[in-house]
Write a protein that binds this ligand. Sequence first.
Ligand code: NAG
Length: 187
Amino acid sequence: MLHLFLCCLALLLSPAKPDPDPLQDYCVADNKTPQSVFINGVPCINPNLASASHFKTSVLGKPAKTSGNPFGFNVTLTGVANLPGVNTMGLIMVRGDIASNGLIPPHSHPRASEVTICLTGSVLVGFVDTSSNPALVLSGLNSQNPGTQITSLAAFTSNPLIPDEVLRKAFQINGQDIAKIHKNLGG
Ligand SMILES: *[C@@H]1O[C@H](CO)[C@@H](O)[C@H](O)[C@H]1NC(C)=O
């Protein structure tokens, strides 16, 4: 019984599971050949054709515009499209540009743990950002495809919509609040 309890506790406390170990040293993504067989990840190019350029990118060095986003943030990701050598490595890097008083809404990554370093400005993590300086953060996630669930969008702009009755109870709000939030988030 104690054993079962400890197992349950371990399951509850376990962090997001990272991607499994790759089966080869590298598997440079083949972004050109149309994919006819669906596999977990992207097929590899012939290893003899792998070159240093497949393993470098400068996308994280470029600031991204934050004005077009209602929350005032923009994320730039490394991935198989701009860094084919990262395919199957179980890792991505993310540059997060955040406007003054901007916010990355509460969200989760169901398939990854994340470490973030604030490079400039200041960021209040876990709460709405009250900083008045623009900020730049750099994150690493231990998955090639970490997934992102922005809680507010998932709850109020899903298709089909979550029934109002469920939202009223879950967030302890009324029908007018729900209509207003739907409108604000474009749901
Ligand atoms: C994010 O930044 C890129 C590069 O500046 C820009 O092309 C894109 O439109 C931006 N996205 C949003 C939602 O503002």
